[in-house]
Write a protein that binds this ligand. Structure first.
Ligand code: FES
Length: 161
């Protein structure tokens, strides 16, 4: 006669695995999550370099901010007398790379009218208050007109209108 086997009774409680015993806070505040949010913040800023008569200054500009605001926040001497209301041309900047210039929205008629009054106008001139940071413009290089006497823009020599 075969020996009797006793079957264990089935438990009605689910098996609790060790992982489930970790406090929830371990997962909610992991360093990976913090790293990702910092990366996201960084990716929403672009790098812009301003060139003026004293040299160059690279700054980080949040997407959506105008170059005029960015310059003012970083003590760059870009005037902006009308504070971005398209009533002056004192925020005139020169985009140094044609490729970057072509990524900008076309200037409005109002901007073109003001640009016509700008000192040292070039074919890649824009009003700084109308150039808004967007991811495609990362690496943008802008010259302030007073500085253009000292260098050529990627082989292109700006000529006054
Ligand atoms: S600040 Fe006056 S037009 Fe840009």
């Amino acid at each position: 006669m075969p020996p009797l086997t006793i079957r264990p009774k089935r438990s009605f409680f689910p098996i609790v695995q060790k992982d489930y015993l970790e406090p929830a806070s371990c997962k909610l505040f992991s360093t990976t999550a913090i790293g990702n949010s910092q990366e996201k913040e960084e990716s929403q800023k672009i790098s812009v370099t301003f060139f003026d008569k004293d040299g160059e200054q690279e700054i980080k500009v949040p997407v959506g901010m105008s170059m005029l605001e960015a310059a003012h926040e970083n003590d760059i001497e870009l005037e902006g007398a009308c504070e971005g209301s398209l009533a002056c041309s004192t925020c005139h900047v020169i985009v140094m790379d044609v490729e970057q210039y072509n990524k900008l929205e076309d200037p409005t008629d109002e901007e073109n009218d003001m640009l016509d009054l700008a000192f040292g106008l070039t074919e890649t001139s824009r009003l700084g208050c109308q150039v808004i940071a967007k991811p495609e413009l990362d690496g943008l290089r802008l010259a302030l007109p007073a500085a253009t006497r000292n260098f050529a823009v990627d082989g292109y020599k700006p000529k006054p209108h």
